[in-house]
Every structure is written in C-alpha cells, then in structure tokens.
Design a protein. Structure first.
Lengths: 402, 212
C-alpha cells in the first residue's frame, strides 16, 4: 500500500529534493506518495507542520531548533532525519555599494569585502542613516551566516548595521526601493535581483562557511516516531533525488521541472544557474563558476551532524543572549537524528559516517574519514576567519567569538 | 478592543470585518497593503492581529512582534495550549492570530472562532465561484467542439451535439472530455487558435472560430 505524506515547502531552489523525489518517482519506488504543499512564509510552513496539515517540511534549520527549544512560542519537539542541503545562499548588495566594497567584480574575498563594508557602515552611522541588510527569517542560517561574517569583520550587528527581515519574493523590491542596502537570501532571489538590475552578488554563503548547514527536512518528533517506516523510506527517496539533482545530465530537465507554477513559478534559466553553480553576479555580466555553491549530495551532505545543530544553537545564544545551558545544548543537538538517517540507509550503497558529530571547520585539505559503510573523503570545510567549532567545547567557543 | 485584520485580499478582509462587527466593543482596522505594514500596525496599536496564512508578510510581522518585546505592548502569537483543536481548526481555515500580552483567552476565543467561521465561509464562496467558472469553461469547450463538427462535417447544431453525446456514451466518458479531445486534435491539425492580436495565416483550410 502506498502511504501518502504531505510535505510543506517554500518556493526556493533548495526545496528541490522532495519535489524531484515526487516527480521522478523516487518516492513511489519507496512506497510513498508525496503531496507537496506550497506556502509563502516560514511561519505558515511551521504552522501546518505543527497542526498536522503536513507530515514533514522543508525548513530553515535554526527554526527547527528554535521550535524545539520553545523560542517565540511554547516548545514543540521537532526532528530532522535528513539535511536537504548545505549553503546555496548569497549576499547581494545594491549595485553602487557592491562596486565600492567589491571593486574587482566577481565573488569577493569575504574579509576584504567585509573590511570595506565596515568603513561604509561606520560612515553611514555617523551620518545618522545606518546600513541596513535584509535576511529572510530570524531563525535562518542566512541570519547567522551574515552576522557571523559581519562580526568577524569588526561590525556589531544591530548596533553598527541594522538587520531586517524581508520575505524572499520582495527582496529585489526592497533593494530597488532603497529599504535595504543588501540582502542575504537563497536562490532564485539573488538572481532575480541581478536580473532586474537592482543588485550585484558579492559573496556566496559557502565562502563564509564552506560546508554550512542550510535547509532541513523536519518532522514533529511524535509523528516521525509513529510513522518511522515512512520517515526512513522518505530518507531513501530523498537520497536518490539528491544523486539525480547533482548529475549535470539532469540539470536542464530539473530546472524546467522546478520552474513549474506549482513549485517555484520562476524562470528555468535562472534556476539552472544555482543548480549548476554558475551565477550571473551582475546584470549583463558573464556567469561565474563557483563550485559547491549549492551542496546537495557528496560527502554525505545530507547526514544530520549533531555538531551542526549545536553550532546553530551557539549562534542562537550569541545573538539572543542567555547563558550557555548544557541541557539545552544537548536538546538542540538531538533535533538532528543521525540514527534515523543510518537506519534508513544501512545496507544500501550510500556511505555512512562512523561518527555523529565532528569538529566543524577543521579541514584544510581533503581527508578520508571513518565510516560505518562506504568511503567518504571530506573536502575543506573551513569558516572564512579560520575559527574551529568543537562541539565538546561550546562555552569556550562562545567566549572566543567577537 | 482594537483588532487589525491583515489580508491582501480586500474581498476576504471585508467579509471578516463584517463578521467581527457583530462583536461589541470592537474597533476593526483592515490592512491590505504590504508596503509599510509594520509601521501601519504600530500606528493601529492593536490588541489582536488576524492574518491570513497565505500572507507573505507573516515572517516580517513575527519578527516585528519579537523585537517589539521592548515596546510597551508586546504582542505574541496566540497559542492556547489548552485547546489544540481550536488552533488546528484555525490553521485549517487559514488564519493565524497574535495578541497583546495579558489579554485573557476568553476574550480572544470568540473573535478567533468568528474569524475561523468567516474564513471558512469565504473559502466556500471561492470554491463555488471556481466551480461556476469551471462549468462555464466546460460549456465553452462543448460549443467550440460543436462548431468544429458543424463546419468540418456539415452537421446541424443538434446533430453535432448528438454526435458528441453518442461518442461520450460509447466510450463511457463525459461530453466535455470528448469536446476537449476534439479541440486538441483540431489544434494539432490546424495550429493553435489565433490570439486576440494574432492573425490566422491565409490560404489555410479550417474553420474560423473567431467568427461570431
């Protein structure tokens, strides 16, 4: 019997895996029938998940942790058995500002662009009109990556630079209207701003943290436990979709499919840029190839590393205040469920890491890592400022941050 | 009590407003414009904010409420843990609510219940309308198919219809499905129907579907 699963999503390129799992029959092959539920705000994606209108959802990773910890509303435990991808976001600035802080064009050097931006920010502060940057949600990796970068470049978010929330479809409008000077958003929205000539892409978030966790597949913990066989089947279907997604032979077809009105309702040509890691940074420019702009499959990218959930937890504390609490840190870590990922894929050809947590940002060169099955060679995963996150030493990490 | 209804659909907002007018001591403010939303809400200083789930500004509004903790009247999402069912009904109807700190649930519930009923009523109206539109489109397809049969086979109108009906019965399909198959076949054989400004190539066989 085919089991139906309803999956919530926001129209973004990184909603690709559940969509492809459905369209290419990977879900069907696992005995699942997916019903994709499109929304336009994370608040609504989350509401539908919490009140049973969907079984699982494409979600910004920090929101899964915030919901579990009860930030902003009463706590409801969520579980993440699968990471939908790493990175895939960019920072787009008003074109005049981009030309000033990133004069060479192309993707800038994060430290150099940050230093130039800091000068502008301080001048703007002095003139009484603070620099203002937009992110898509308070509990998004966009917010944390942007703040991480700004802080490491000597800027104090909320003091030297204002950070505002803007819904992705209106990012280009906000740039055009001068409501913000820049945005950190996922695709296709940077490219839409470029296409409209209202912004220039200066950085990819993968330059800030080379292997940063992005969207996740979230379930209510109780629902996932009740429907454990389907949850594991879905992990397998999504892995198959991920393998299909990164194959260049499928890029055109997948871009056309994601572009459909029921999904992203956007231009296939623009979607293809993100899929192929070839972005047009400014209107009329040449495409720039930045490998692993989106990272959907290799190196067990979909494996829910407990350390990544805990990195997000440290950033939550960093920007909202509050003392480090080891019980809360453990609860944040448990949102990510490597045990479910492993149970789903044991005996398959997929490589499975041997550990559930790792030191983030420590690899400067390729390294073969210990596995439970298969082979995994991890490539560099550094933060641009060279900091290293050891989940066994979170208080020290927090104390050492600027 | 001051209630802000945030909805980009002016029609639905007015249906909600009309319903809330039944409740005593309520002042209702409808906000349909996305631009300046947060400033507008700030001016209204509402006790309750109702917003439709399909509104793209929800995350922006939630962010505003979260940072407005510093303000005199903090607002938070209404989450009545004693009544999950009512909240599920509200999500199902497509409305979410935010309330100022300290407002008693018994004052909120009648308003929320009413909003849910009104949202549901509006959805039914929309479904009826879509249904009516669908029927209209079906009738048009049948009319066009009849015209094609009349012109290509020289049938009278009632004969063309009888033909459609007989084929539908033979194949156990709906008349409209047969009509649509004819339209598709006609498009494949004779090209797509001309748009409002396009002109049909001359010297081509076929029937002029734009003729009155």
């Amino acid at each position: 019997m085919t089991q139906e699963l309803a999956i919530g999503f926001l129209p973004l390129v990184d909603a690709c895996l559940p969509i492809l799992a459905h369209e290419h029959g990977f879900a069907e092959a696992e005995g699942l029938s997916l019903r994709l539920v499109r929304d336009v705000s994370w608040a609504t994606v989350l509401d539908r998940l919490l009140y049973g209108q969907t079984d699982a959802a494409h979600l910004v990773a920090p929101l899964a942790i915030a919901t579990t910890l009860g930030r902003g509303r009463p706590a409801k435990p969520l579980s993440v058995p699968f990471v939908l991808g790493l990175n895939g976001n960019a920072i787009t600035l008003r074109s005049d500002l981009a030309a000033y802080v990133c004069p060479a064009g192309g993707l800038g050097d994060p430290a150099a662009v940050g230093a130039a931006l800091a000068q502008v920010a301080h001048r703007r502060m002095a003139s009484g009109r603070a620099l203002r940057l937009g992110v898509v949600h308070r509990y998004s990796s966009h917010n944390y990556m942007l703040r991480y970068w700004l802080a490491a470049c000597g800027l104090r978010p909320d003091q030297d630079v204002e950070i505002a929330t803007i819904a992705p479809p209106f990012c280009a409008d906000a740039l055009e209207a001068g409501e913000v000077d820049g945005i950190c958003v996922g695709e296709p929205w940077n490219s839409v701003a470029v296409e409209r000539g209202v912004g220039t892409i200066v950085l990819a978030t993968a330059q800030i943290w080379r292997r940063g966790v992005e969207k996740v597949l979230a379930w209510r913990e109780s629902v996932m436990e009740e429907r454990r066989p389907q949850a594991e089947a879905l992990v397998r279907a999504l892995v198959a979709a991920a393998r299909h997604f990164i194959d260049p032979a499928n890029w055109d077809a997948n871009a056309a499919l994601l572009a459909r009105r029921a999904y992203l309702d956007a231009s296939p040509e623009i979607i293809r840029r993100a899929i192929s890691d070839r972005l047009l940074l400014r209107q009329g420019g040449e495409p720039v190839h930045y490998p692993d702009f989106m990272f959907q499959y290799r190196e067990a990218a979909n494996f829910p590393w407990v350390s990544q959930a805990q990195w997000l937890y440290t950033q939550m504390l960093r920007w909202e205040g509050g003392a480090f609490d080891s019980v809360e840190a453990a609860r944040a870590g448990r949102v990510f469920r490597p045990d479910v990922y492993r149970a789903a894929l044991i005996g398959s050809g997929e490589p499975l890491p041997g550990a559930s947590s790792k030191v983030e940002g420590s690899l400067a060169g390729p390294m073969a890592v210990g596995t439970q099955q298969g082979l995994i060679t991890m490539e560099p995963n550094h933060f641009f400022d060279g900091r290293i996150f050891d989940p066994a030493a979170m208080p020290a990490y927090l104390a050492g941050l600027p | 009590m001051r209630i802000a209804v945030v909805d980009e659909s002016a029609a639905r907002a007015s249906v909600i407003r009309e319903g809330l007018a039944e409740i005593e001591d309520c002042e209702i403010f409808v906000v349909t414009e996305r631009r300046g939303l947060v400033a507008h809400i700030g001016q209204i200083a509402p006790d309750i904010v109702l917003i439709d789930l399909g509104n793209p500004s929800r995350d922006v509004l939630e962010e505003y409420f979260a940072v407005s903790r510093a303000l005199a009247r903090p607002i938070a999402m209404f989450v009545d843990e004693s009544d999950e069912e009512a909240l599920a009904a509200s999500v199902e109807a497509g409305v979410s609510s935010y309330v100022v700190d300290g407002l008693a649930p018994h004052r909120i519930r009648p308003i929320l219940d009413l909003a849910v009923r009104r949202f549901n009523a509006f959805s039914r109206l929309e479904a009826d309308l879509a249904d009516a539109r669908g029927r209209l489109a079906e009738r048009e397809a049948v009319d066009k198919a009849k015209r094609i049969l009349m012109q290509s086979r020289g049938l009278a109108e009632h004969e063309a219809y009888a033909e459609l009906r007989a084929t539908a019965m033979r194949q156990s399909r709906r008349i409209v499905d047969i009509a649509e198959a004819i339209l598709t076949a006609d498009q494949l054989l004779n090209g797509p129907p001309p748009g409002p400004s396009a002109r049909r190539p001359t010297g081509r066989k076929g029937h002029d579907r734009t003729a009155p």
